[in-house]
Design a protein. Structure first.
Lengths: 289, 539, 239
């Protein structure tokens, strides 16, 4: 069982299907997830200041709760949440001063015991590509995928250690498992412009457009990402382009779900796997409304 | 402070009888039995606790001593030399009181286009309204109807209620619920969206609407927010201390007293809404009270001096179930919802002695009688009580019911070491409500022209006994009527009254002097008397 | 003038004879009976409360109090009417906090994800310090409901915050200047108006009443004499 940390953006934007698809996918592949009873915003950016500790609190609290839940680790979907959680955890393993300060405030002694997973890692390490390949019902023939990583999944490599940060092949391997072709293109690991979109929109647009253009020139039919902010920027920068020049942007879950038969089928399978007994329940964030 | 060992022993008897009592129907009293227990044990019938008021419109009427004391006291300000005032104001409608009645009057008067000022003694929203836990009645379910509600109200009030007021009460009730919901009040609902309703003492239909056990608090915080969102002026810690009349004897404003700077302010108004609440903090007959700090009968005193007639002031409601233990919560109200959910009163033997949902006066009298018979339980403080078997709620409705339905009550007792899911509560009647008040008609008008009155300070709608859930209803029905009518009257009056006077107070003082009533007490008292708050100031 | 016949609700004489404790109200020493609440201890010490006292039963939130015990450094909080005095208690009340009041027209608002953030943008500045939850005298998970509000989970925020007394202690301790209790109120009002499941029985009844459906019956009841009313009352069928 994994403790699921949704993150604010994923939850607030749940209508875009990322969360539903991801959870359905995992449940259909026998990975049990359980949303943390209580969680707060991770801060969205890792607190770089070495002498400020308050920014660590909410992440450490979520990591501690995951540990207390006795689960295998924490599941994140959003690249930014993954980035912050993994780095905070990394620091909490090593930084005794942070352990003392944060622990003193929270009344615990957290030392980085929890394992933080990104969805991509869960698929690679806990599920395994052969298993996914078996589950494919509609191979993605003819699709040429541009896999865009951005920054948050990759750097700093020493702290995140997800893949080779200069030449990642993680999403490519997954897409090829589904029968798709992938394209290599420059700027795959460059920044999308990130939060500059709020203050310096043209700057962010230029950065994203560079990525889109490169992907299109490499022959991609769509571009996929694991980050809500990247997805936003990659879409926003194309708003002024003529329709035919636009490159569809999708979460990396979308082709996966498509290849495995659609989200409803996966939810049905999850239901049969005995996940919670109610297929609608596990996937609806705000079921009380 | 959990129960003492001696009390624990007694609780065992309650536990022993619990399963036999499950599903057992204790017979309701016959009308004759009810009359008997009321006459013999209800505090309203203890003649030595009453006297005839010597001055004013109701001269010769029988009122509790404590009320006579404040009515027969001298004014705080001399009517002959009005103290200097600052920041005087002119408005269309002055609303005095910041509880549920005042807030709803303010909203309706504002909606009607009037220029409104709401003045209140404490914080806006500090009122008995927030303490009404159990619910609000409204006949809005298919199996119920306003006439059915009417009969329940009249029977509960022993047919003394003023019919036109009861008609107004039951007819406006569903609209009040609808209005509250449109303002965003979170009522308890069933999964299909229909209102979750329960019984209260004396109801023949389940028409008690609730918001967990914070019903009044939920209503008050919504109304307060709405008043603030509409930028209606509110002045806090500024009680009225005297009403002003115009040359024709019509209400035309008030003198406000800033309790912090101790300065006075004159507010001229075309109409006045009095919504100051009741007299609980006068502690009639020495009873503990469930009432808010501000319930000091100020409005009764001011209106009475201005010539408004009072009605049913010889009857006070003692809520059957005030806490008797632990000492820190003595007098705290145990909401009737606890009995609505099935908890029954039991004597020292663990035996039920009265049907648990009789009207409040009957239920209270039966508890007083049981203690007088020596079948009560004595707390370490010396206070008497009977058990209220709260754990049976969990047996009847399932584990977790108390936490879900009575979170406030659970929390309050846990603070003092008593878990009401596991142990019964020791209870005795507590002074809860002023049944009577300033006499009004169905337009919320008093006998003084342009003086509108709403909420607990008014009298007539409940007759001699109020049912649970009808006071939250009362404050909103008549608060809304008062606000609407006061605004309409003000807007048809073109000019502000000019010659404002306190001559009615001068005349009243003369009456006091003629009766040789010249004690030290001045009123309205505003703050409960020290001897009611502080053991060091006891006789 | 006759003497006032009321007696104490505060504490019976027996309480005075019991054990007493030393407390410090705004630094000043008083010896009071150990059985008292903070509020009653104020009064016992001789204070006449104007602010900082309301329902005296844990519902109104007027009597927020901050205190500390003896040599211990932790600040504690409570409602004065609900907290017992302790030996060496140093205390003061926070009867008013100048919290920001946003005005809005509920009827115009949409219960959507961004609505709460639009009205209270500062909620996104929550640092996650949890000071709000730590001081809540109702033991609410304040930070949790603020988190729900940030994410647009309005109904969850409404539910989680329901027992709030609006005492303001949370806001008084928030490093991000969030006024949690007003955020909660907005969520509850949005839920109550827009998100709670709807019914028709209330509006149906209002329409019936407006159409004078019950007028004749009520008129008849108003004119009925006591005896016939009593007959109907005594023979009511009970649901």
């Amino acid at each position: 069982m994994l403790s699921y940390y949704p993150g604010c953006t994923v939850r607030a934007q749940q209508d875009d299907g990322f969360e539903r698809e991801a959870l359905a996918l995992l449940a259909s592949l026998d990975i049990q997830t359980h949303e943390l009873e209580e969680w707060e915003c991770c801060g969205a950016v890792y607190p770089e200041a070495r002498d400020e500790y308050v920014g660590l609190l909410s992440s450490v609290r979520a990591l501690q709760r995951t540990w207390d839940a006795g689960s295998q680790g924490m599941l994140t979907l959003c690249s930014a949440c993954f980035h912050v959680m993994r780095r905070v955890n990394h620091r909490m393993k090593r930084d005794e001063e942070a352990q003392r300060r944060v622990g003193g405030y929270l009344g615990n002694m957290y030392q980085g015991e929890t394992k933080v997973f990104h969805l991509l890692e869960v698929l690679r390490d806990l599920v395994g590509y052969p298993r996914i390949q078996e589950a494919v019902v509609t191979p993605l023939k003819g699709e040429k995928m541009a896999c865009y990583y951005g920054c948050m999944l990759l750097r700093p490599k020493e702290e995140l250690g997800l893949v080779d940060s200069e030449n990642p092949r993680l999403m490519e391997a997954l897409m090829e498992t589904l029968g798709a072709t992938t394209v290599r293109f420059p700027y795959q690991t460059d920044c999308c412009g990130a939060y500059h979109v709020y203050r310096e929109a043209p700057l962010a647009a230029a950065a994203s457009l560079k990525v889109i253009t490169a992907a299109r020139e490499a022959g991609a039919t769509q571009i996929i990402t694991a980050c809500p902010l990247c997805k936003h920027n990659l879409e926003a920068c194309q708003a002024s382009l003529p329709q035919k020049e636009r490159l569809p942007v999708a979460y990396m879950t979308a082709p996966l779900v498509k290849a495995l038969g659609g989200v409803q089928r996966l939810e049905q399978m999850a239901f049969q796997n005995g996940e919670k007994g109610d297929p609608s329940h596990a996937f609806s964030g705000e079921n009380s409304q | 402070m959990s129960y003492t060992q001696a009390m624990r022993e007694l609780i065992k008897r309650v536990e022993e009888t619990r399963h036999q009592r499950l599903g057992y129907y204790f017979p309701r009293m016959t009308p004759e039995e009810k009359q008997e227990v009321l006459r013999s044990y209800h505090p309203d019938y203890i003649e030595s606790q009453f006297r005839q008021v010597k001055v004013g419109v109701n001269e010769g009427d029988r009122f509790p001593h404590e009320l006579c004391d404040v009515l027969e006291a001298h004014p705080r300000i001399s009517p002959l030399a009005i103290p200097p005032t600052v920041n005087d104001q002119e408005v269309d409608v002055l609303i005095i009181g910041g509880g549920g009645a005042g807030a709803s009057a303010a909203l309706l008067a504002h909606e009607a286009g009037a220029n409104v000022l709401l003045a209140t003694k404490l914080r806006f929203g500090d009122a008995n309204t927030v303490m009404a836990q159990g619910g609000i009645q409204a006949a809005d379910k298919p199996q119920d109807s306003p006439p059915t509600h009417y009969i329940d109200v009249m029977g509960g009030g022993h047919y003394t209620n003023i019919p036109e007021l009861v008609k107004a009460l039951v007819s406006d009730a569903p609209a009040v619920i609808d209005w509250l919901e449109s303002l965003g009040t979170m009522f308890d609902k069933d999964t299909d969206g229909s209102m979750h309703t329960n019984h209260g003492g004396g109801t023949s239909r389940k028409r008690m609407h609730s918001a967990r056990d914070y019903t009044g608090a939920e209503i008050m915080r919504v109304l307060r927010d709405e008043v603030l969102c509409r930028n209606i002026p509110v002045v806090e810690f500024s009680p009225a201390v005297e009403l002003l009349l115009d040359e024709q004897g019509r209400a035309a404003g008030a003198i406000l007293y800033n309790m912090e700077t101790q300065e006075y302010q004159m507010v001229r108004a075309k109409t006045v809404v009095l919504a100051t609440g009741g007299l609980g903090r006068l502690h009639t007959q020495g009873f503990p009270t469930s009432n808010h700090y501000g319930a000091t009968a100020d409005g009764l005193v001011m209106a009475y001096r201005a010539g408004a007639k009072l009605a049913f002031m010889d009857t006070v409601q003692y809520h059957p179930t005030g806490a008797s233990y632990p000492e820190q919560v003595e007098g705290f109200l145990i909401t009737e919802k606890v009995r609505g959910l099935g908890a029954t009163p039991l004597n020292i033997e663990g035996e039920q002695f009265v049907y648990h949902l009789e009207t409040r006066d009957v239920e209270a009298s039966a508890i007083i009688r049981e203690c007088a018979r020596g079948k009560g339980i004595t707390a370490p403080s010396g206070m008497q009580g009977v058990w209220l078997d709260s754990p049976i709620i969990e047996t009847i409705h399932g584990e977790g019911t108390i936490e879900k339905e009575l979170p406030a009550m659970l929390r309050q007792f846990i603070r003092f070491g008593v878990d009401i899911r596991k142990d019964p509560i020791l209870v005795y009647p507590t002074l809860h409500y002023q049944n009577g008040g300033v006499l009004i008609n169905d337009q919320a008008e008093s006998t003084v022209e342009n003086l509108f009155v709403a909420g607990e300070v008014s009298g007539g709608v409940h007759g001699r006994n109020r049912l649970m859930g009808n006071s939250l209803l009362d404050i909103l029905v008549f608060g809304r009527r008062a606000g609407r009518n006061a605004a309409a009257r003000a807007l048809e009056t073109s000019r502000q009254p000019v010659d404002l006077t306190l001559s009615h107070v001068t005349a009243y003082v003369q009456e006091l002097n003629e009766q040789e009533l010249s004690g030290h007490l001045t009123s309205p008292i505003l703050i409960p008397l020290k001897k009611n708050l502080n053991p060091r100031f006891q006789d | 003038m006759e003497e006032i016949r009321t007696t104490s609700e505060a504490a019976p004489p027996s309480a005075i004879e019991k054990e007493s404790v030393n407390i410090f109200i705004m630094g000043k020493h008083y010896e009071v009976p150990a059985s008292l609440t903070i509020m009653k201890a104020f009064e016992y010490a001789g204070y006449t409360l104007i602010r900082g006292c309301g329902c005296r039963a844990g519902f109104c939130g007027a009597c927020s109090t901050v205190y500390r015990i003896g040599n211990r450094h932790e600040l504690k909080v409570g409602l004065a009417c609900q907290t017992k005095v302790e030996e060496a208690m140093y205390l003061t009340q926070i009867p008013f906090f100048p919290a920001h009041q946003v005005t809005y027209d509920l009827q115009e608002l949409q219960p959507s994800g961004n609505q709460v953030v639009a009205i209270y943008p500062e909620i996104t500045k929550c640092l996650g310090c949890n000071s709000c939850s730590n001081v809540c005298p109702q033991d609410l998970k304040v930070m949790k409901y603020v988190s729900h509000a940030i994410r647009g989970e309005i109904s969850k925020a409404a539910d989680e915050s329901f027992d709030c007394l609006m005492c303001g202690l949370c806001a008084s301790r928030c490093p991000a200047n969030i006024v949690q209790y007003k955020v909660a109120l907005l969520c509850r009002r949005l839920h109550g108006k827009h998100l709670s499941p709807q019914n028709s029985h209330v509006k149906d009844r209002v329409a019936e009443i407006q159409a004078q459906h019950y007028e004749a019956d009520l008129q008849q009841l108003m004119e009925a004499d006591r005896q016939s009313l009593a007959e109907r009352y005594d023979n009511r069928d009970i649901e």
